[in-house]
Design a protein around this ligand. Structure first.
Ligand code: PXG
Length: 285
C-alpha cells in the first residue's frame, strides 16, 4: 500500500494527496507546521508539539478547524495506517484556499495535512565524528518582524542560511539574532558547555522553543548537570569545551568545529555523550 496522507479528515494515496494552488500556504507561506518523531510506533512528546502548533496558529490568527484531541487522534491514525515505527511526522495547517491577494479573511477553512513517513536522519558517522558548522551572514528573523517562536510555513530565513552552510561544505549554519547574539541553527537549537556548565540561548534571543531543547534541559536537571538559559556570543562558541545541536530529526548531534575553529579537542565531548545516552533512554520509554 502506498503512503496514506491525511487531508482534512480523509486519507489519500500519496499520488492523489493534493491541495489547491490557490491555498495561501503555497502562495504566501501562510500557515504553520510541526515536525515530530515516532519511536517504536509511539509519537514522542505529541502533546507538546500539538500545543506549540496551536500557539503558532493563534499568533497568526489561524483557527485550526478541529480540537487538539482530534488532532492527536488523527496523527496517531496516520502513524498506525502507514505502519510507521521509527519515523518522522509532518503536520501542516495552511490558511486555506483564497484568491491572488494577501487578504487572509477571504480564505476558506484552514487545511490540515498529516504525513507520517520513514525517517531521513543525518548519517550515523556524524554522531560519532561531529558536525562542522559555519556562522551564516543571514540574521535570524527579529521577533518583532516574525517571531521565530512561530513555526510558520515561511522558512526562507532558515533556507537562506542553509544555502550558506551547504555552500561552505557544512550541514548546518549558526544564526545570530538582531543583537548579534547566538540564536539557533536553521533547523536545530544550540547548546554549549564550558567548565561543566550547559548553556543555551533563552527564548527571547529569538528562537524556536524546541521540544528536544526542553527534553535536554530536563535531562540536565535529572543528571545534576548545571544548566542555564543565557545569552551568549559567537566568541563563547569558539571557546566552548563542547557544543551540540538539538532537534526532533537530529536528536542531539555533536558539533566539533565552527568557522574552521576547533571546539574543545575536536571530538564529541563527555557531557554531550552523557546527554545523548540519556536521551536514547528517554525515547525508549
Ligand atoms: N529551531 C528551528 C528553527 C527549527 O526549525 C528546531 C529548532 C528544533 O525544534 P524541535 O522541537 O524539533 O526540537 C527546529 C525544528 C528537518 C526539519 O527536516 C527540522 C525542523 C523543522 C523542519 C524540518 O530537519 N526543526
Amino acid at each position: 500500500m502506498s503512503l496514506q496522507i491525511y487531508i482534512n479528515g480523509e486519507f489519500f494515496d500519496k499520488d492523489n494527496a493534493k491541495i489547491s494552488v490557490f491555498d495561501h500556504g503555497l502562495l504566501y507561506g501562510d500557515g504553520v507546521f510541526e515536525g515530530l518523531r515516532c519511536y517504536n510506533g509511539k509519537v514522542f512528546r505529541l502533546e507538546q508539539h500539538i500545543d506549540r502548533l496551536w500557539d503558532s496558529a493563534k499568533s497568526l490568527a489561524i483557527e485550526i478547524p478541529m480540537t487538539k484531541t482530534e488532532m492527536i487522534q488523527a496523527t496517531q491514525k496516520a502513524v498506525l495506517l502507514n505502519n510507521v515505527n521509527e519515523g518522522y511526522i509532518r503536520i501542516v495547517v495552511t490558511r486555506g484556499i483564497g484568491d491572488l491577494g494577501l487578504d487572509p479573511y477571504v480564505c476558506g477553512p484552514p487545511q490540515v495535512i498529516i504525513i507520517a513517513a520513514q525517517l531521513a536522519l543525518y548519517p550515523k558517522e556524524l554522531y560519532e565524528t561531529g558536525l562542522d558548522i559555519v556562522t551564516a551572514g543571514t540574521m535570524r528573523m527579529p521577533p518583532a518582524a516574525l517571531n521565530p517562536r512561530v513555526k510558520s510555513l515561511n522558512y526562507l530565513n532558515s533556507i537562506m542560511a542553509k544555502i550558506e552552510a551547504l555552500r561552505a561544505g557544512c550541514e548546518e549554519a549558526l544564526m545570530l539574532n538582531h543583537k548579534g547574539e547566538v540564536s539557533e541553527c536553521t533547523g536545530d537549537n544550540i547548546f554549549i558547555i564550558k567548565n561543566g556548565v550547559l548553556m543555551t540561548p533563552p527564548i527571547d534571543a529569538g528562537i524556536l522553543e524546541g521540544v528536544t531543547r526542553n527534553v535536554v534541559l530536563e535531562l540536565a536537571a535529572q543528571l545534576g548537570i548545571p544548566a542555564k538559559e543565557t545569552a551568549f556570543t559567537r566568541h563563547d562558541v569558539f571557546v566552548a569545551d563542547e557544543c551540540f545541536l538539538t532537534g526532533s530529526a537530529a536528536e542531539l548531534i555533536p558539533v566539533v568545529s565552527i568557522d574552521k575553529r576547533t571546539i574543545g579537542n575536536g571530538k564529541p565531548g563527555p557531557i554531550t555523550k552523557q546527554l545523548l545516552d540519556a536521551f536514547h533512554e528517554v525515547v525508549k520509554r
